[in-house]
Design a protein around this ligand. Sequence first.
Ligand code: DGL
Length: 263
Amino acid sequence: MNIGFFDSGLGGLLILKAVAKALPQYDYVYYGDTANVPYGDKTEEEIYALTKAALTQLFERDCALVIVACNTASAETLRKIQDTFLQAEYPDRKVLGVIIPTIEEVIKPHYKKALLLATKRTVESNKYQKELDKLGDVTQLISIATPELVPFIELGEKEIATASAISTIERAGVGEGDVVVLGCTHYCLLKDSLREHFGSAVTIVSQDEVIPQKLAAYLEQHPEITSRLSNTGKRVIHLTQHRPDYDRLTAEFLGGAYLSDED
Ligand code: DGL
């Protein structure tokens, strides 16, 4: 069986690329809902319905485990998906999100202040703060919606996106000993330029560096899932809508790696 990846668009490819590099032996199926991107300004109900549809597709494509790489979908739907949809329809499958693994990076070591950059829906869900509270962490979290970044990144305007992110981070008063959480799939692409700008005084948490180790640890702890995974190194990308410029974006997000198109 396969490991599935779900994102609202192409950004999750950055996470898949990092995971497939760390765990190359497994078979991966990626589902990018490019017909409906962005999720960041949709309602909770819309996001739930789209997430359910995506997961159904991935389970029908023989995924034993699905990573919801999309922060917006993780924030709005994960708990409900796990408690209702999964239990009723696919009780033998697993769905994991990206928010709790990311939070675990924020609370260790203890930072003075944390700034979350994310979509409007992720910020409005307050999910990051709720998870920090559950862990009893006292890190001060500032959450800022940066909906302008995804369109710039998708247009290939990385420099404009970086400049915009830098100005937001500076306006939030982030300084030495603080941590910036890139809480959106696409933002992984900005991590190097942000690190170059802020130096080592500010920690930048990027999910493509968090999820591979967390998934490896999860698979080690869950032999009942790992034993069902096939090991042929297959990679399949399924997009709900294709546009010519997605070829360029896909190549950029995957670093030029070749992946076969399923259909
Ligand atoms: N994939 C989304 C996320 O990680 C960003 C793009 C969108 O708004 O759909 O939150």
